[in-house]
Write a protein that binds this ligand. Structure first.
Ligand code: C2E
Ligand code: CA
Ligand code: CA
Length: 696
C-alpha cells in the first residue's frame, strides 16, 4: 500500500530516512534519504537487494531482538538507537529510529513504518566529549594541580578533586572558603594584590608562589596562576590553577629569597618593593584609596660606616631595622632601598595621620644604638608623598617622597616633611648643584673668607676662621651652607678640604710675613667628619704645614659634634694625632642640643665654639644665660678655651666679657672678608692695635 497521495511528496522529500517494512523485516518502501543511507541509487535497486533487515542490517543481533520486543509490547519504538551496516557498503553507522506498527481493522499487525536518522557524527562527537571528560576527570584526580573557580573576592565556588592530593582536604570542604584561608599569612598580602590586579586587568598573569597549609599541618608551596573568566558563561568566575612545586621550591627558596630580600637586614629589596608597591597602587586606583610612600634616610650612618668600618656599620643598620620594624603597623611594608635608605608603603585612611606615622620611625631612632659598648646616634629624616594627591605613579611617588626627605634633611627643625611641589625644584637644583660642584672642585672655583676672632681683653685679633666661598661663574658668591653637604654626599669633600687647607695656610704664611701678628695667632679651618676619618688626613695636614713652612701651632682644626660623638673611631684617632703634632682642635657649634655638659670632660680638645643659638639668647633668656655660665665655668676648670660665635650686639659682647669669655667672633666685631681686606685690617690693627668693628 502506497502512502496517501497527499503525503507522497513529504515522504520523498523528508530529510530523514522513512520506510515501511513487513513485520518480519522485508523493506516495502524506502524514501530517498533512506535509500541514500543504505548506499543505493534508487528505491527499486534497494528493495531488490535488501531482504531481511533483521539479519542483514544489525551489527548486534541483540538490538534487533530488543527492537522486536518493544514493538510487540508497545507497538512502537521512540529514539531507538542501534548500530547498523550501511547495506551496500557494509560500513557501520549509528541510527536513531522511530517506528510503529500499523494494524488492520481487527487489530492485527500489517506492517511497520518509521523514520531513521543517521546519528553517527553526533554520536562520535558525544563520545569524544565524554571520553575527554573522563580523561580530564582521571587527570585532575591524579594531577598535581588543582583548578578552582572562585568569585572576584576569592571565595571558592568549585575545586577539582585533586585538591585532596595537594592539601589533604576534599573538594566539597573548601567550597565557600577563601582562596587565602590556607595561605601563609606572610604571603597573603602579596597574593591578594596579585589576584586583585588580575581581576582589574592589570596583571599579565605571571605565575607566583605561595605557601599553603596542608591538612597534616605541613606547608606546601603552590604555584598559582589566575585568569579572569567572569565573562565566559561556561565558567562565570575567576579561574585559579594551583600547582604543587614544593619539591623544586624547597631547593630554590633560598635563591628566591636572595633575589627578593636584602641579605643583611632580611627586608624586601628595592626591585621587589617596586613590584609590590605597584600592585598596591593598582588596587588603590580601583578602590579610590590613598597610599603613602615614606622615604627614610639615616642622617649619620655614612659617617658611622666611614669612621668605624662596615662591620660596625652593619650592626648599627640591623638594629636600626629592628627598631623601625617595631614601629611598623601590620599593613606597612618596609623595604631597604640600598645603603641607609629605606621605604615604607602603607594605605592611608586619614591624611592627618601621615605625620604621626612618620614620627614613629623618627622617634624609634632618637635613643642611641649601642654596638660593642659604643653608642651611635643615627637619626632619621623622613619624607612622604601620598597617592594620588602628590603623585599618581610609582616612579613619581618615590621621587617625591625622596624630595620631601631631602627637604626634611635640610630643615633643622623638622625630621619629617610631606611633599610640596617646590621640593622638586629644590631637588632639581640640588642635582644640578652636584654636577656643577664636581666641575668647580676640579677647576678650583673656591676661595676663603676670613673672620677675625677677637680677644675680649686686649681687643686684638688672635685668630681667623677660614670660611669657604664658592665663586660661582653665574650665581656669584655661594655660601657653604649650600654646598658643603653636597660635597660630602658626592665624596668631594676631601679634595675640596685639601684645597681649602692649602689656601688657609697660604694666607697664614702671607699674613705672618706682612702683618705683625699677636703671639699664638691661629688660623681655624673647618673640617667635616668625613675628612677627618680619612686615614691619610693627618699626614696631609702635616705636609701642607711643611709646604708653607708653618709651625703646627698656627693651625686650629674645627670639628663639629658628629666627629665627637664617640671616643673611639678613626676620627678620634685623627684628633689625638693632630693634638700630638701640636695642632689645636676646637669643637664647633656647641649648641642647645647638648644635654650633658659633663660630656666636655670626656673630650680631648683645646677649644669650644659656643654656637650662635646660645649667643643669640644672651643676655635675656634665662636658660641660655645659665647654660653659658656653666660652660664658661666648666671650660675654665678644664683649661678649654671658649670662643663665642655669632656675636651680633654689644649687649651680647658685654655679657660674654663680664662672664669671662675670652674670645669673641661675630658680625658685631667683624664680618668674614676676603684675604686682601683681612690683610689690610690686620696691618691697620698692627698700627692701631684696636678692635675692628663690623660695618655690615
Ligand atoms: P660655622 O663653622 O659655624 O661658621 C660660622 C658661620 O657663621 C659662618 O657662616 C659665618 O659667616 C657666620 N657668622 C659669623 N658671625 C656671625 C654673626 O654674627 N651672625 C650670624 N648670623 N652669622 C655669623 P658661613 O661662612 O656661611 O659658614 C657656614 C658653615 O659652613 C660653617 O659654620 C661651617 O660649618 C661650614 N663651613 C664653612 N667653611 C667650611 C670649610 O672650609 N670646610 C668645611 N668642612 N665646612 C665649612
Ligand atoms: Ca666653624
Ligand atoms: Ca660654628
Amino acid at each position: 500500500m502506497t502512502p496517501p497521495a497527499d503525503f507522497a511528496s513529504l515522504f520523498e522529500q523528508l530529510p530523514l530516512g522513512a520506510y515501511r517494512s513487513s513485520i518480519d523485516g522485508k523493506p516495502l518502501r524506502a524514501n530517498a534519504a533512506l535509500v541514500a543511507l543504505n548506499g543505493y541509487a534508487s528505491e527499486a535497486e534497494m528493495l531488490a537487494i535488501v531482504n531481511d533487515i533483521g539479519t542483514e542490517s544489525y551489527v548486534d543481533p541483540a538490538r534487533r531482538e530488543e527492537f522486536l520486543r518493544l514493538i510487540a509490547r508497545d507497538r512502537q519504538v521512540v529514539r531507538f538507537v542501534s548500530e547498523i551496516y550501511r547495506h551496500k557498503t557494509r560500513e557501520r553507522i549509528w541510527i536513531s529510529e522511530y517506528a510503529h506498527v500499523v494494524v488492520d481493522d481487527s487489530g492485527a499487525p500489517i506492517y511497520i513504518e518509521g523514520t531513521i536518522e543517521d546519528i553517527t557524527e553526533r554520536r562520535l562527537a558525544r563520545e569524544q566529549i565524554s571520553a575527554s571528560e573522563r580523561r580530564l576527570r582521571v587527570l585532575t584526580e591524579k594531577s598535581q594541580s588543582v583548578t578552582l573557580i572562585c568569585t572576584v573576592e576569592g571565595v571558592i565556588l568549585y575545586a577539582t578533586p585533586s585538591i585532596e592530593r595537594l592539601l589533604g582536604c576534599s573538594a566539597e570542604s573548601v567550597l565557600g572558603a577563601s582562596l587565602f584561608d590556607s595561605m601563609h599569612e606572610d604571603d597573603c598580602a602579596e597574593h591578594r594584590l596579585e589576584f586583585h590586579s588580575v581581576s582589574t586587568g592589570n596583571n599579565t598573569g605571571a605565575e607566583s608562589i605561595a605557601r599553603h597549609r596542608h591538612a597534616d599541618g605541613s606547608w606546601r608551596y603552590l604555584a598559582s596562576f589566575a585568569s579572569d573568566c567572569r565573562n565566559d558563561p561556561a565558567v562565570g568566575g575567576m579561574v585559579v590553577y594551583w600547582r604543587d612545586v614544593t619539591e623544586s621550591q624547597r631547593a630554590s627558596v633560598s635563591l628566591k629569597r636572595v633575589a627578593q630580600t636584602d641579605a643583611l637586614t632580611g627586608l624586601v629589596n628595592r626591585s621587589h618593593f617596586e613590584r609590590l608597591a605597584r600592585a598596591m597602587l593598582d588596587v588603590a586606583r580601583v578602590e579610590s584609596a590613598c597610599v603613602a610612600l615614606y622615604f627614610i634616610d639615616l642622617d649619620k650612618f655614612k659617617w658611622v660606616n666611614d669612621s668605624y668600618g662596615h662591620l660596625i656599620g652593619d650592626q648599627v643598620l640591623v638594629e636600626t631595622v629592628n627598631r623601625l620594624e617595631r614601629a611598623l603597623a601590620a599593613d606597612h611594608l618596609l623595604a631597604r632601598l640600598g645603603g641607609d635608605e629605606f621605604a615604607v608603603i602603607a594605605p592611608v585612611d586619614l591624611l592627618a595621620s601621615v605625620e604621626e606615622t612618620a614620627m614613629r620611625w623618627v622617634n624609634a631612632l632618637t635613643e642611641p644604638i649601642v654596638v660593642n659598648d659604643m653608642s651611635f646616634h643615627v637619626s632619621a629624616s623622613v619624607g612622604v608623598s601620598v597617592f594620588p594627591d602628590d603623585a599618581d605613579s610609582f616612579e613619581t611617588l618615590l621621587q617625591h617622597a625622596d624630595h620631601a626627605m631631602f627637604a626634611a634633611k635640610a630643615d633643622r627643625d623638622h625630621s619629617f616633611r610631606r611633599f610640596e611641589p617646590e621640593f622638586s625644584t629644590q631637588a632639581l637644583s640640588h642635582a644640578r648643584l652636584a654636577t656643577e660642584l664636581y666641575r668647580a672642585v676640579k677647576s678650583k672655583q673656591f676661595l676663603l673668607y676670613f673672620q677675625p676672632q677677637i680677644d675680649s681683653v686686649t681687643g686684638r685679633t688672635v685668630g681667623l676662621e677660614a670660611l669657604a666661598r664658592w665663586e660661582h661663574p653665574t650665581r656669584g658668591m655661594v655660601a657653604p651652607a649650600e654646598f658643603i653637604r653636597v660635597a660630602e654626599d658626592q665624596g668631594l669633600i676631601s679634595e675640596l678640604g685639601d684645597f681649602l687647607l692649602d689656601q688657609a695656610l697660604f694666607a697664614a704664611a702671607l699674613l705672618r710675613d706682612r702683618c705683625s701678628l699677636v703671639d699664638g695667632f691661629r688660623i681655624a679651618v673647618n673640617t667635616s667628619a668625613h675628612q677627618l676619618s680619612h686615614p691619610s688626613f693627618v699626614d696631609r695636614v702635616m705636609r701642607a704645614l711643611a709646604k708653607h713652612e708653618l709651625p703646627a701651632s698656627v693651625l686650629q682644626i674645627e670639628v663639629t659634634e658628629s666627629a665627637f660623638i664617640e671616643q673611639a673611631g678613626r676620627a678620634q684617632h685623627a684628633m689625638a694625632a693632630l693634638r700630638t703634632a701640636g695642632i689645636s682642635v676646637a669643637l664647633d657649634d656647641l649648641g642647645v642640643g647638648y644635654s650633658s655638659l659633663d660630656y666636655l670632660r670626656r673630650l680631648t680638645i683645646d677649644a669650644i665654639k659656643l654656637d650662635r643659638d646660645f649667643v643669640s639668647g644672651l643676655p635675656h633668656k634665662r636658660v641660655e644665660c645659665a647654660v653659658v655660665r656653666s660652660i664658661l665655668l666648666l671650660a675654665g676648670e678644664l683649661g678649654i678655651q671658649v670662643i663665642a660665635e655669632g656675636v651680633e650686639t654689644s649687649e651680647q659682647a658685654q655679657w660674654l666679657v663680664a662672664h669671662g669669655c675670652q674670645t669673641l667672633q661675630g658680625y658685631f666685631l667683624a664680618v668674614p672678608a676676603a684675604l686682601d681686606v683681612t690683610t689690610e685690617a690686620l696691618r691697620a690693627e698692627g698700627i692701631a692695635a684696636l678692635p675692628k668693628t663690623a660695618n655690615h
